[in-house]
Write a protein that binds this ligand. Sequence first.
Ligand code: CTP
Length: 211
Amino acid sequence: MHFLITAGPTREYLDPVRFISNASSGRMGLSIARTALRRGHQVTLIVGPIAPRLPQAARTIRVETTEQMAQACFKHFARTDCVIMSAAVADYQPVVCRTSKIKKRPGKMTLHLKPTTDILAELGRRKKRQLLIGFALETDQPRANALSKLKKKNLDYVVANSPLSLSSERIEATILSAAGESFSTGSVSKLTLARRLVLLGESHFDAPRRH
Ligand code: CTP
């Protein structure tokens, strides 16, 4: 099988030295990539700026901005069987990115932002045979919000989790399916959740398996 996995944050620049981003460590996506490789799959890994060492056997594309991540995902989507979108993609970008450093001035400052491309929603529109698994980071009404993302983005599964899992070794998640199933993991390592998601992907395809 061919997995397309995204990991880490994206950055949206205000000027040459400042950006909007988030605290994603990329651990979840890297665990999924390592698990899929270990089980004999092909992996395209699209990663935002993160420090950890990346698995060598994956075809890795390093990106910084949401638009770069979007273009890389769209390019590789056609020959993908399963997308696992664990990247913490920035939702907004500055309307203008200054070419010179913004100078400090007295008083308040207002930033004007516009939405970035919703990569997963676009993949949902383009999908044919591909299995789409998204994440939903929620602070309130996790189940209802995650289900609404599942529908809106035309996903097969959504993994609801909380900001506690950002930058953490562990994750507490609920996996919800388009068919109405639901499974809560309890608090598990990201590697344990990774294995569950890769097995879920395999269960939809007649894939060669290694243990
Ligand atoms: N996602 C994406 N492109 C974006 C924003 C999010 O592909 N511009 C993906 C994420 O990688 C994740 C899923 O969509 O798999 C849900 O992301 P999340 O941040 O939880 O939700 P949003 O759709 O951004 O909505 P909100 O921030 O309002 O909860």
